[in-house]
Design a protein around this ligand. Structure first.
Ligand code: PMT
Length: 399
């Protein structure tokens, strides 16, 4: 089984909130990422969505009652609490949060939370007046002091018609937080990591620019994985359509020169640099302040060379561990090794975009890692998330 939640057992607790309808899609998302999900619903949750839906999706009986009338299941609140790697209460109502904060266990969900020694994550959803209620805020502070996790609700349109804070966090935020809490290790704790990702854009006039096919996925996957290992991560990113990984510090840039300035400014505070960005080697020599007219174009475009960020940095700064990427389609190994030597790198990750599933834009990559001490690691075709994990596994052996 693969996926970022592979082999994780999640007990999904659903309470009475209109956002309960979102828990179906959330359950599916968790399953797609490899998790086994079982569901507990409160009485109020069942007013919003039927247990049959969740039973069908999860493939397991939904637990609804502490004392079902037809049979006695002795200590199911204890066995389910032990079974789960985490209890994910989504959506979490003010009522459930208030009960847990007061030590009340009067139904199955509040009892299983009380019985659990595993991380409990609340994703609250309620109207904006409720979310600002001092009693609710007090309850949250108290639960945080006891180590309970919260994924804050967001601003937006609410079921009451009002607009404000209280909306259940979006799926990306829910999932990334869940991933962070479930998968966090400390293997890179205390390490400061600088990563570049995405393309650069090189302006010709106010309308046009040169760029390349980089989506940023590889660099962002490396940033997410480093964050999950407890590192302090700074990401310098060209323009991409990706969410910033939770816990990562982002500097957005457009051009190669902006990227160089951001990398040079950030580097002294870091221990490891990974240049996964596809930096444009050239830019138009002249920037035209006005849109170039068709009639002005004489079929010749003068180019200027952009700085080689990695090479400039390694020439100037000898400390730290520096990793480059090599994007090669021919003489791949020889060219990658040449780049590693020229740029004085500790490691280079070779990818060949002419191979199926490798390189730009897709969710997978096939990387060969070469290190300055002549080690080679040939990775199979993997998701970019798994590729990032493998790259970190190798880097960690050198730190
Ligand atoms: O973003 P994705 O869609 O997920 O795609 C991932 C990727 C293919 C962009 C990524 O895996 C990758 O290969 N990134 C490096 C692309 C590249 O520019 O390779 P290169 O062989 O041209 O450059 C070698 C190294 O020098 C790279 O680390 C590059 O960041 C760096 N470089 C390049 C040019 C330049 N002017 N300055 C640099 O620092």
């Amino acid at each position: 089984m693969s996926g970022r939640l592979a082999h994780k057992k999640i007990l999904l607790g659903i309470t009475g909130s209109i956002a309960a309808y979102k828990s179906c899609e959330l359950l599916r998302m968790m399953q797609r990422e490899g998790a086994e999900v079982r569901v507990v619903m409160t009485q109020s949750a069942q007013k919003f969505i039927t247990p049959l839906t969740l039973e069908t999706l999860s493939g397991n009986e939904v637990v609804k009652e502490m004392f079902p009338s037809n049979r006695v299941i002795k200590t199911r609140h204890v066995s389910l609490a032990e079974w789960a790697d985490t209890l994910f209460i989504c959506p979490a109502s003010a009522n459930l949060i208030g009960k847990v904060a007061s030590g009340i266990a009067d139904d199955f969900l509040s009892t299983v939370i009380m019985a659990s020694r595993r991380p409990v994550i609340f994703a609250p959803a309620m109207d904006y007046e409720m979310v600002q209620n001092p009693i609710y805020l007090d309850n949250i502070e108290k639960l945080k002091r006891f180590g309970y996790h919260f994924i804050d609700p967001q601003e937006g349109h609410l079921a009451s018609g009002a607009k404000g804070p209280g909306r259940l966090a979006d799926f990306f935020t829910l999932f990334e937080n869940l991933n962070l809490i479930l998968n966090k290790t400390n293997s890179l704790a205390g390490k400061r990591i600088l990563i570049s990702a995405g393309p650069t854009q090189e302006d010709l006039d106010p309308i046009r620019f040169f760029t390349n096919r980089s989506s940023g996925k590889m660099g962002y996957a490396l940033a997410t994985a480093a964050c999950l290992r407890g590192a302090d991560v700074t990401l310098v990113s060209g323009p991409v359509n990706l969410e910033v990984p939770i816990g990562v510090r982002l500097y957005s840039v457009r051009t190669a020169i902006e990227m160089r300035d951001a990398i040079f400014a950030a580097w002294p505070q870091n221990d490891v640099l990974i240049m996964a960005a596809a930096v444009a080697d050239f830019r138009p020599r002249e920037y035209c302040n006005n849109k170039i007219k068709k009639s002005q174009f004489d079929a010749q475009l003068a180019l200027a060379q952009n700085p080689d960020i990695l090479q400039e940095l390694t020439l100037k700064e000898s400390s730290g561990y520096k990793v480059g990427f090599a994007l090669e389609t021919d003489n791949t190994k020889a060219n990658a090794l040449k780049k590693m030597n020229q740029k004085k790198l500790d490691m280079i990750c070779l990818n060949d975009p002419s191979e199926k599933g490798a390189g730009f834009q897709g969710d997978t990559n096939r990387i060969t890692i070469f290190t300055a001490d002549d080690q080679k690691h040939q990775l199979p075709l993997l998701s970019k998330a798994d590729t990032a994990e493998e790259i970190w596994n190798v880097i960690e052996t050198y730190l």
